[in-house]
Design a protein around this ligand. Structure first.
Ligand SMILES: *[C@@H]1O[C@H](CO)[C@@H](O)[C@H](O)[C@H]1NC(C)=O
Ligand SMILES: *[C@@H]1O[C@H](CO)[C@@H](O)[C@H](O)[C@H]1NC(C)=O
Ligand SMILES: *[C@@H]1O[C@H](CO)[C@@H](O)[C@H](O)[C@H]1NC(C)=O
Length: 976
């Protein structure tokens, strides 16, 4: 019979040719923490995006410069925009436009207006200088035009106020203050605009108030408040009321005994309000005032001592400009959190204490609502936040508040009950490391112990062990039906029990330890959708400082995690529980510039490396066995070796590498710690072999010259310091990201540079490119080069001939054009390295992570011709200069993973699979199978039908066997 070849090929062509990931696995094996950063009190608010609808959204511009809208009912992100620049530490401002579907943000030198509902940009402008404050101008009641925006800038020591048109963001007028005063804030009541600046003086500042005409932007008045004794920095000014009927400016005297208040625009007016102490001296004073022009001019002064807090409510009489105390809120233990909420003229204050939530009106001390606080204390105490008070009917009020806790969570409290919890402290991760879950069973150890004892006691021990194992038998038997069913029915392969940390047979259940810039450490369960297992504070970071983590080391056998920071601090945690075992505060040890996990006669440990790349002396028993590569303080890199003395071992510099004049080293990468090589050669189509150059002691160094726009890459032997390979590129944009990675016998890097016209049909141009180079022992197949098959070799004396140069690898390179910049590169890791590695690239402009298969990046792809039969057998196909970032390559699918700093990978027990974890602002994790999941059945595999088929076959055999037998017997009888 002839095979229907045409039909067969048609069938095959219909099948999809490649799968990046099985579609049924997307969104089930991967997880994503969509984070914003910690909300700041002055840029967080509830706002109604649609005028006619009651529903509000919660808006924030976080400490990481992420602008986001959150659904206050569910705690889910509605939209996000990453606004922070490269530095990422600028202070941002965010204001709602009352009655409009707009929020306005300002950060760095940009001011943008956003569609409050959908998050689309309405307009955006970039100005000279840095934004210092932002306000929305109220229009006269009834006016229909879009509200204008006031943006205060500081540029080269001068302050500039710009009034921007509400519909376009264009400048209506500009006011420049020629003096060198430091601009602080801008404030407005419909009649005037006030600029508050710090007026320079020795030892302190006076406050200068400049009043402007809103229409023309001309100065109408200016006066100076003498505050030299009390105000020493911008932080000493407590509040400049924004956009209210009677904006005020307030500060405290140095001893925190009196609050001084000036009504903006009233030159001679200075009122002093006494601050009342409760339980010891006051440590902090805060002011809360409404932000609406139509709200009553009331404000609240919140004071707290180290153990308790209390508050006073004041009313401003607009006619006489006097300030009167209306009532007091009693002293209560704890720090407390107070937030303001205004509804037309009414102003409500919501007070959160350790055990209850109280609503009061600013008009009188009557309590409008009181709810017991039901909130788990493991998120910490409530620090500050925003509230929304709603009047249900004449006497009932409801309140919901979004508050930041001392555990750096963002929580919603609805009438005292906990709603959603967003782990915003997890954002801003600066370092992460994989951790194995410690094995509960120590069977291996027990077996080893039995092997080393005498036969009789080993036998007794073994019988005892089996007897004690019997206690698990009932549980095992009980569990059998479930195990049987779960192995037949389709469903999740690993069904993790929440709250239980156990290893699984596939090696998917692992922890990731994450350290954040705010000094917190998290344990994340990668096998359970990235849930947070524990979190702990390592070191409280002072305001404006970020934790500079230099190394995390997880000691799997002991179950501990050590973290070292730049200021010599170090902390050790229990990997599974997060308990702090040991800690050394910053400054107690010398500064650390980097760390390395080293192997010594006493075991592995995390070696801190000090300034100028000097690790200092270590005890001989702890001396690292391997060579180290460190960065010197003059931009060079050095090779170090420890020379053992009697007691201590000294680091000795064995070589120094300095790039050419004008170049600076931007990156040094080495092969991953776990980088197994399954095959030492590459088999070609004609069954000959190219032997891989597999030197474990190499690093890839990237250096750039900003002046000449060049980038050079060097492969350096870390033992001898010899340069094994180097290449240089011209026309490089050194401000664009340059990423590189080194593994097995190949390395890859990407940059923006001139495209050489050598590649097929490509004109000379510029673009983002990725370069891939493979290193072989020789360019001739079946040749092992100068080293031959020697079992050992030395980098220092490569051959018997004296003064011979090093054995240089043969390097095959190819370049490809890519559509976008790669900000970070890493490579998958599998258990034995049999699976082809995949290049993992972070595309910051698209908020995506992609995995590029190695076959696409093969330098041996034939250029300008179709592959020969032998090449086809080898698996290479025709070279195409462009690599498209096909949606199939995108590991993050539709998810927007923002601010990725680094992607770390780890092998699973299954050879096919590598675990991947990305961190930065967001957290993202997934599993990748670069050569397809060849050792595990996909979720779509129908086990039931397999069992059904087997059963049907069995039934068929049972029924047919006697019939066949009978037929055979009958046949014999009839023929003979
Ligand atoms: C931001 O960081 C830069 C350098 O990292 C520093 O010079 C600057 O003062 C920082 N700005 C703020 C507002 O913290
Ligand atoms: C870590 O904590 C777990 C659970 O509390 C405990 O069983 C284990 O012994 C601890 N490990 C260390 C090294 O302290
Ligand atoms: C290297 O191998 C040779 C034999 O092939 C042996 O004599 C020599 O001692 C080895 N050197 C080292 C450092 O192991």
């Amino acid at each position: 019979m002839r095979l229907p070849i045409n039909l067969l090929s048609l069938t095959l062509s219909i099948l999809p040719s490649a799968f990046a990931i099985y579609s049924d696995e997307a969104y089930s094996v991967d997880y994503h923490h969509e984070l914003l950063g910690l909300p700041l009190p002055h840029t967080t608010f509830f706002h109604r995006p649609r005028k006619d609808e009651k529903a509000t959204l919660l808006y924030t511009l976080s400490d990481l410069g992420v602008l986001g809208a959150v659904n206050p009912g569910l705690g889910t992100v509605v939209w996000r925009q990453l606004l922070a620049g490269v530095v990422g530490n600028e202070t941002g401002f965010l204001r709602p436009v009352q009655g409009e579907n707009t929020v306005v943000s300002a950060i760095g030198s940009r001011v943008d207006a956003w569609d409050a509902m959908g998050g689309k940009e309405k307009w955006g402008n970039i100005f000279e200088g840095n934004v210092k404050d932002l306000e929305v101008m109220e229009t006269a009641a009834g006016a229909e035009e879009t509200k204008d925006v006031l943006a205060l800038f500081e540029h080269e020591g001068k302050s500039i106020l710009r009034r921007l048109k509400g519909e376009s963001g264009n400048v209506a007028w500009e006011f420049e203050d020629g003096t060198g005063d430091v601009p602080l804030q801008v404030s407005t009541n419909v009649r005037s605009i006030f600029i508050v600046s710090l007026h320079g003086a020795w030892g302190g500042y006076n406050l200068k108030i400049t009043a402007l005409d809103p229409v023309t932007g001309k100065r109408t008045n200016e006066y100076i408040l003498s505050t030299k004794a009390d105000v020493h920095s911008a932080e000493d000014v407590l509040l400049v009321g924004a956009n209210s009927a009677a904006p005020i400016i307030a500060w405290t005297d140095k001893a925190l005994k009196n609050l001084k208040v000036n009504l903006l625009g009233k030159a001679g007016d200075l009122q002093s309000l006494p601050l009342k102490e409760s339980d010891g001296p006051i440590v902090n004073v805060a002011l809360h005032a409404p932000n609406l022009v139509q709200s009553q001019p009331h404000f609240l002064v919140h004071t707290h001592s180290s153990v308790s807090n209390r508050a006073d409510v004041y009313h401003i009489d607009l006619a006489s400009s006097s300030i009167k105390k209306a009532y007091e809120l009693p002293k209560l233990p704890g720090q407390g959190a107070i937030s303001t909420s205004s509804q037309e003229a009414n102003v409500y204050f919501t007070r959160h204490t350790a055990d209850e939530v109280v609503i009061v009106s600013s008009a009188s001390h009557a309590i409008l609502g009181r709810f017991p606080l039901e909130f788990e204390s493991d998120h910490g105490s409530l620090l500050d936040g925003v509230s929304e008070v709603v009047q249900r009917d004449a006497n009932t009020y409801a309140v919901r508040s979004a508050l930041v806790t001392s555990g750096q969570d963002w929580v919603l409290v609805r009438n005292g009950k906990a709603g959603w919890i967003r782990p915003e402290g997890l954002s801003g991760a600066v370092a992460a490391e994989w951790a194995e879950i410690p094995e509960s069973e120590t069977l291996a150890q027990t077996l080893e112990a039995e092997a080393h004892s005498n036969p009789l006691s080993a036998y007794i021990h073994r019988v005892n062990r089996h007897v004690s194992d019997l206690q698990y038998l009932p549980g095992y038997l009980q569990d059998l039906p479930r195990r049987f069913l779960s192995s037949i029915l389709p469903g999740d392969i690993v069904s993790p029990k929440p709250g239980v940390l156990v290893r699984d047979t596939f090696g998917f259940n692992k922890l990731v330890i994450v350290a954040t810039q705010r000094g917190r450490v998290y344990g994340i369960d990668a096998g359970n959708q990235g849930s947070i297992v524990w979190s702990a504070s390592a070191f409280e970071q002072p305001a404006g400082k970020t934790w500079d983590v230099k190394g995390i080391w997880v000691e799997h056998s002991k179950g501990t995690t050590t973290i070292r920071g730049a200021d010599g601090e170090y902390v050790m945690f229990n990997t599974t529980s997060g308990n702090k075992i040991e800690a050394m505060n910053p400054g107690s040890w010398p500064a650390t510039t980097s760390t390395a996990v080293v192997d010594s006669p006493s075991g592995k440990w995390l070696l801190p490396i000090g300034v100028d790349g000097n690790p200092g002396e270590v005890p001989t028993t702890w001396a690292p066995k391997e060579n180290l590569v460190v960065k010197g303080s003059n931009g060079e890199i050095k090779g170090l070796k420890f020379e053992a003395g009697k007691e201590n071992a000294q680091p000795v510099v064995t070589w120094t590498f300095k790039p050419a004049l004008g170049q600076r080293i931007i990156n040094v990468v080495s092969r991953p710690a776990h980088d197994p090589v399954a095959s030492i050669g590459r088999v070609l189509g004609d069954r000959t072999v190219l032997y891989k150059y597999l030197n474990p002691n190499i690093v890839l160094v990237t250096s750039v010259s900003d002046e000449h726009s060049t980038a050079s890459l060097y492969v350096i032997d870390t033992v001898s310091g010899d340069i094994l390979y180097s290449i240089s590129h011209d026309g490089v944009d050194t401000t664009q990201p340059i990423a590189s990675v080194l593994t097995e016998n190949w390395f890859a890097y990407s940059l923006w540079a001139d495209v050489l016209p050598t590649t097929e049909t490509l004109p000379a141009s510029k673009g983002y490119q990725i370069f891939v180079s493979e290193m072989y022992e020789s360019d001739v197949a079946n040749d092992r080069g100068p080293l031959g098959s020697a079992a050992n070799s030395s980098s220092l004396e490569p051959s018997d001939i004296p003064n011979a140069g090093p054995a240089l690898p043969f390097v095959a390179t190819q370049s490809f054009l890519i559509p976008e910049a790669i900000s970070h590169m890493s490579v998958t890791e599998t258990r034995q390295g049999i699976t082809t590695r995949q290049l993992i690239c972070t595309i910051a402009s698209n908020n995506a992570i992609i995995g590029i298969p190695r076959t696409l990046l093969d330098p041996r792809r034939p250029v300008g011709r179709d592959p020969t039969a032998a090449e086809m057998e080898e698996g290479v196909f025709r070279y195409q200069p462009y690599i498209e970032f096909d949606p199939k390559l995108v590991l993050t699918h539709k998810r927007e993973v923002i601010g990725v700093k680094d992607v770390i990978t780890n092998p699973a027990v299954l050879e096919s699979t590598s675990l991947l974890f990305a961190y930065g602002i967001d957290i993202f994790g997934t599993r990748v199978a670069p050569s397809a999941a060849f050792d595990i059945l996909g979720k779509g595999f129908n086990k039931l039908s397999l069992v059904g088929t087997v059963l049907a076959l069995w039934a068929g055999v049972v029924v047919l066997a006697p019939m066949v037998k009978r037929k055979q017997i009958n046949g014999r009888w009839t023929t003979s």
